[in-house]
Each structure stands twice: as structure tokens, then as C-alpha cells.
Design a binder for this molecule. Structure first.
Ligand code: BGC
Length: 709
């Protein structure tokens, strides 16, 4: 390979750009492929389209190296599953694996080899729109979902990437992107080494252990050094310490943005800093390819670094089998969701819903109700797919509407509809009609929330309550005195207003994906008993943010009777709804947690010793249902102040009424130790007393003690 051809492999260009396939920019992509000056193309799909472009690379370029095609298949290609945050609420990693398997099959058949997912940015910022793309505020839960999703896309065996129903995954965004100050997208992150390692890095390590083929750098700075030019995170930790030999791709124009960050002087400087720090492939901007040769000649880039980056690109292409099979069978192309895929998406969405309130057993609704009003801006809306949807799929395969699904689920009922208010905007003129519908019905379903356009990337909000006049609609329906249910469709935690006290029942449905309406109806009518739990705390007000269950202890923990403790004068302590919280249509009781032994030596733990925590869970209600049993650890005194509790085990169980089971968790060094603040990381397991909490949310009170000697 010539030096130019080597740098060519490090270039990734977008296909659709602003003009769409066949538009002006695609010509430049084809020319680059022809010259052998292109390694990868993204935002491309379709068997014919990818094959045509591949043919240029394979048959017309000097070396005939195939292109690798990438696409943001985040929670589905044609079959949109619920958004990733919702999936995390299932507390069942099989849910995300199901999404990944369906996605991989649909994408690969469309010529896509590589998805830019899973996103695994732990965040304590509900204002940040991208909270929708991750698994919430906890590194343990996020790690479990990251690993399951990687396996779902790639298969258990990383060598299986050649298969027709697998795609390469991408662990993103590396790293600490979720720490953006104020939740404003792309903003600064200043983070200690210990927090980096205890909070932000674990999901990436879990993804690597699951065999993830690629990693994407993040847009933020990390303590002053942009992630795209950060040798500590990209090379020292990722490539050396963890031994990652896969490909690191930049995010969109992340290399170019080093100039705006005030870190690089110009494009050449940006290329030098980024490549030397460990980025292997440049997405969208073209500084590597434009300046690489000069930088190499000037000794500003080592030949070895260039060859290493090229090796990583070519290795991915070999892993995917592209040298043997560069094309996709056009007759195998999947062009629509299959019945099975829809079924899986419906089950996933229902499994992801969280029952936040249910007084007077308003829920489940009776399918025999004689009249049901369905009101609100999202009642007759197909805008329920959530952020990151393939543009074609949004048009071709809209979400099932709640109104249609309710009609189907209660065929004998008179189902009426009134929009009431728009999703945004101040006009309350339509509320009267919704009130009339509520008055005339046995029960009303009020479907409110956030349009997906205000969640996801570049969608930070400073006010995270229901937009527009939606709260007014709820209050007006409440004033009728008739029973009603609020269904929330949203991409982030919301602050709920006074309406919460007035609403007898609230179901958090998130953005549920293609089968939205049916999945919501499944839960409303009790075909599915809700068992999801919040993967993120719901704050009372924006002023309380950051608020998360795994905060560190202060010297003055909250005390309602002592002013001089850590609190807000104008708010009760804690969030509106805590992490791990969610109700069911049945009741569960947990027994006392039991430990296989009450003390263990730190040395033994380091050598792999483990102990067991077990607890009995019983369905004491009248219907079958799911409970998520959760285990939290608290290290009472350590050489670094520890979180007040940390999730270290969870299990979702299904129990028939009257039945019980014993849930067992294993605890080892990983669960009881932590990373210290040394500049190159040091994991320690310290002697001392630990509290172990077992329960059904992060507010669990049942505890037992453990001594590490
Ligand atoms: C996002 C990435 C995404 C990329 C390619 C960027 O703006 O941050 O998450 O994969 O675009 O579409």
C-alpha cells in the first residue's frame, strides 16, 4: 500500500449528507472510493446502493479493498424497539439483546456491516437529550446492557462477524460524555481519575469483554484534554491497559472540532494530535487524509502508528469477511419488519414500562369498560418511535397509535378521542373538548409527553417538565373527578408538577417504538403486568440536578431537623421517584437478606473468592407479575469517600400469585472494591464494614452487614 492508500483507509465519509442518496455529495464519495482513498462510508443502507458503491471500491480502485459500511442503528432499523433508556428500565438485558439481534439481521441484509451502538454513557443529567440513548445513571446496569447489546449485534463469538445476520458493534462515546456540564450537549467534562474509572469506564470495559469490535471517541473534553486527542484514555487505558486491538473511530467531525476546542491550531495539528492519541479512523472531516503524508515526512506521526491504524481498519474488514464476500445478496434484503420482529418489539416495549402510581386500582383497565376517552397530543400520534430512527423507517413504518390500539383492545367499548392541546405551544382552546370526552367516559387515558425531536442529540432542555400546556390538560381532566390514567411518552426523566397528586395512575411508557400503541394497551389492560423499574432518578425540580442515588456521602448527610445539613431549604429530600423504582398490579414481599458468611478476607477476594447474598421473594398478590430484586453495596469507610450505595446485582423474576423463589447474588472483589485516584488507576479492595441492602428499589431498607478483613 502506498502512504496515500494507507491514509485513505483511515477516512470515513457520510453518504446521504444533506443531499440524500444520488445527490451531489455522493459523487465525491464515489470518486474517493475509485481512487482507493476511502476506508468506510456511513449513513448508507440498501442492498443495491451499498453493492453499487462497493463495486467501485472493489473493481475500480488499484488495490480493490472493500469498504465497510456503517449506520446508526440505535434501537432498530425497520423494526424500532423502545429507546435504549426504556430498554434499561426493563432491568432485563435480554430485552436489549432482542433489539440487537433483530437490528443486526435487518441491517446486514441491507448491506450495513457496522452500527454505531451501543451508547453506554452513564449520566446524571436528565437535561441532556442523549440520556435517551443510554442506560441511565448507573454503571453496573449500563455495563450489563452494554455487554448484552454487543453480544446481540455481534454474536457470542467475535469471529462470527462474517455471518449474514451479524454486524460489528461500536462502544460509544469514549468517554465521560454523560458528564457534560449542565447537561448541555458537547459541553466540558472535568472528572477525577477515580470517577472516570468507577463511573464512566466500566461499561466500556464490559463491552470489550463482550468482544466489541470498535469504539467511538466522544465530543467532550476530559479534564481539559478533548477525548479525540486524549492519549490517556484512548491509548494508555483503552489500547494498552485493556489491550483493545479493534478500531477507534472519531465521532462525526470530532477531529476537526479540536480546532474549535482551542486544542489544535489547524487541520494538520488536529490530525497529528488525534492520530497520535489513538483515533484510527476519521469520520466526516478529512484532516488525516489531507495532512497525513506531510506529517509523516516531518516525523510528526510515526510510521508505526499509521500502520497500526491501518491494521485495525483492515482487521475489521477481514473479521466481517468483506475480502471474500464484499457484496450482499440483493434477494435477501429485508425491507420491512417481520411479524416476529414486531412481536419482539412489542414485548420489549411492554417490558420496559414503569408503573409510577396506581391508586384505587384504576389500572388495569377493564376490557369490558363501556366507554373510554383517549386524549392528549400523543393519543392519536405516530410520533412515538423516539430519537435516532432511520429516516426511511419513520415514513414507512410509523408507530402504532394508542387510540387505535385501545380500540382494538376494548372492541366493545365506545372509544372517543380529543387532542386537547398540542405537544408544545400555549393554546388551551382544545381542552374543553377533552374535558367533555372525559366527562362522558367511564375512564380516560391521557397520553402526554415529549416529541422525540426534543430528546436525543443536540436536544438539551433547561426545563424538563411536560412541554407546552400539557399539564393544564391533565389538571382539567382531573377536575372532572372521573377516573383517569396518565401515560407518559418521553425520552428523559421529567419533572412532574402538581398534576402528579391529582392523577390516580401514571404509567411511564418512554418512547416505545414501532409497536407503541399495542404495548401501551397491553399494560393498560393488564395483558402484561408492568415490571419495569426506573434506570434513572426523576428529580422534583431542575434546581435539584444532579440528583442520583449513587451520590457520595457528605460530612453532613441530610437531617430534616438540622438546617446545617446537605439539602435544599425549599424541597423535601431525595428525588420524586428513585432509581430502581416501579410498581406492579400485584404485590411482592421480600424476606431478610442472607449472607453465605458474614466475613471474608480482602486477600481471598483478590484471589477470586466470592460470597453469596440470597433473598426470598414472594408474590403475595392476586395476579402473576414481575419483580426486580436489587442488591446495593455501601462501603462504610474507605480511603476514598464512597457512594452511599451502589447497585451490584439485579434479577427480574416472574412469579405466579402465591409463589415464591430465592434470588441469589454473588459478590466478589469487583463488587466490593473501587478504583483509587492514582493517575494510572489502581483497583483496591479494602478491609472494613459494608452494608448490603436488598430490595425493590434504590430506597431499599432491608440490610445485612459484611466485614472484609
Ligand atoms: C453522534 C454519534 C453518531 C454519529 C454518526 C454524531 O453526531 O454523536 O453518536 O454515531 O453522529 O451519525
Amino acid at each position: 500500500m502506498t502512504v496515500d492508500e494507507k491514509f485513505g483507509q483511515l477516512q470515513q465519509l457520510p453518504w446521504t449528507w444533506d443531499t440524500g442518496p444520488g445527490g451531489g455529495e455522493t459523487k465525491a464519495v464515489e470518486d474517493a472510493a475509485r481512487k482507493g482513498m476511502l476506508g468506510s462510508v456511513f449513513s448508507i443502507f440498501g442492498a443495491k446502493t451499498t453493492n453499487a458503491l462497493q463495486k467501485i471500491a472493489v473493481e475500480e480502485s488499484r488495490l480493490g479493498i472493500p469498504l465497510v459500511f456503517g449506520l446508526d442503528v440505535i434501537h432498530g432499523m425497520w423494526t424500532n424497539f423502545p429507546i435504549p433508556l426504556a430498554q434499561a428500565a426493563s432491568f432485563d438485558p435480554e430485552v436489549t439483546a432482542a433489539d440487537a439481534e433483530v437490528s443486526a439481521k435487518e441491517a446486514r441484509s441491507n448491506g450495513v456491516h457496522w452500527t454505531f451502538a451501543p451508547m453506554m454513557d452513564v449520566t446524571h443529567e436528565p437535561r441532556w437529550g442523549r440520556i435517551a440513548e443510554g442506560s441511565g445513571e448507573d454503571p453496573y446496569l449500563t455495563s450489563a446492557f452494554a455487554a448484552a447489546k454487543v453480544r446481540g449485534y455481534q454474536g457470542e463469538d467475535p469471529k462470527g462477524l462474517k455471518a449474514k445476520d451479524r454486524i460489528a458493534a461500536c462502544a460509544k462515546h469514549f468517554v465521560a460524555y454523560g458528564g457534560a456540564e449542565g447537561g448541555r450537549d458537547y459541553n466540558t467534562v472535568d472528572v477525577s481519575e477515580s470517577r472516570l474509572r468507577n463511573l464512566y469506564l466500566p461499561p466500556f470495559k464490559a463491552a470489550l469483554d463482550a468482544g466489541v469490535a470498535t469504539v467511538m471517541a466522544s465530543f467532550n473534553t476530559i479534564s481539559g484534554v478533548p477525548a479525540h486527542a486524549n492519549p490517556h484514555t484512548l491509548t494508555d487505558v483503552l489500547k494498552k491497559e485493556w489491550g483493545f486491538d479493534g478500531l477507534v473511530v472519531s465521532d462525526f467531525t470530532g477531529v476537526k472540532e479540536l480546532i474549535a476546542h482551542g486544542f489544535a491550531e489547524d487541520g494538520a495539528d488536529a490530525a497529528r494530535l488525534s492520530l497520535n492519541a489513538g483515533v484510527d479512523m476519521e469520520m466526516t472531516s478529512t484532516h488525516f487524509v489531507e495532512n497525513g503524508k506531510k506529517l509523516l515526512r516531518a516525523g510528526k506521526i510515526e510510521q508505526q502508528r499509521l500502520d497500526d491504524a491501518v491494521y485495525r481498519v483492515l482487521q475489521l474488514k477481514f473479521q466481517l469477511g468483506l475480502f471474500d464476500h464484499p457484496y450482499v445478496e440483493e434477494t435477501d434484503e429485508i425491507t420491512e419488519p417481520s411479524a416476529d420482529a414486531r412481536k419482539a418489539a412489542r414485548a420489549a416495549a411492554a417490558r420496559s414500562m414503569v408503573l409510577l402510581k396506581n391508586e384505587k386500582s384504576v389500572l388495569p383497565l377493564s376490557a369490558k369498560a363501556s366507554s373510554i376517552a383517549v386524549v392528549g397530543p400523543f393519543a392519536d400520534s405516530a410520533d412515538l418511535l423516539g430519537t435516532w430512527v432511520i429516516p426511511a423507517s419513520e415514513k414507512k413504518f410509523p408507530a402504532v397509535k394508542v387510540l387505535d390500539a385501545v380500540k382494538k383492545a376494548a372492541p366493545k367499548a365506545k372509544v372517543t378521542y380529543a387532542k386537547g392541546v398540542d405537544a408544545a405551544g400555549k393554546d388551551t382552546g382544545g381542552i374543553g373538548e377533552a374535558v367533555a370526552a372525559a366527562k362522558a367516559a367511564d375512564v380516560t387515558v391521557v397520553v402526554v409527553g415529549e416529541p422525540p425531536a426534543i430528546s436525543g442529540e443536540a436536544a438539551a432542555r433547561s426545563d424538563i417538565s411536560l412541554p407546552g400546556a400539557q399539564e393544564k390538560l391533565i389538571e382539567a381532566v382531573a377536575a372532572t373527578g372521573k377516573p383517569f390514567v396518565v401515560v407518559l411518552v418521553n425520552g428523559r426523566p421529567l419533572t412532574v408538577g402538581d398534576w402528579l397528586a391529582q392523577a390516580p395512575a401514571v404509567l411511564e411508557a418512554w418512547h416505545p417504538g414501532i409497536e407503541a400503541g399495542h404495548a401501551i394497551a397491553d399494560v393498560l389492560f393488564g395483558t402484561v403486568n408492568p415490571g419495569g423499574k426506573l434506570p434513572v432518578s426523576f428529580p422534583r425540580t431542575v434546581g435539584q440536578i444532579p440528583i442520583h442515588y449513587n451520590h457520595e456521602s457528605t460530612g453532613r448527610p441530610y437531617d430534616p431537623d438540622n438546617k446545617y445539613t446537605s439539602k435544599y431549604l425549599d424541597l423535601p429530600d431525595g428525588p420524586q421517584f428513585p432509581f430502581g423504582f416501579g410498581l406492579s398490579y400485584t404485590d411482592f414481599t421480600l424476606g431478610e437478606p442472607k449472607l453465605s458468611r458474614s466475613s471474608v478476607a480482602a486477600d481471598a477476594l483478590r484471589k477470586g473468592d466470592t460470597l453469596e447474598v440470597s433473598v426470598e421473594v414472594r408474590n403475595t398478590g392476586e395476579r402473576a407479575g414481575d419483580e426486580v430484586v436489587q442488591l446495593y453495596v455501601h462501603d462504610r469507610a474507605a480511603s476514598l469517600t464512597q457512594p452511599v450505595r451502589r447497585l451490584r446485582g439485579f434479577r427480574r423474576v416472574t412469579l405466579e400469585p402465591g409463589k415464591h423463589t430465592t434470588v441469589r447474588f454473588r459478590l466478589g472483589a469487583e463488587d466490593l472494591g473501587f478504583w483509587t485516584n492514582d493517575s494510572h488507576g489502581h483497583f483496591t479492595v479494602e478491609a472494613g464494614a459494608f452494608d448490603l441492602y436488598v430490595g425493590t428499589s434504590s430506597a431499599a431498607t432491608a440490610k445485612t452487614g459484611l466485614t472484609v478483613s
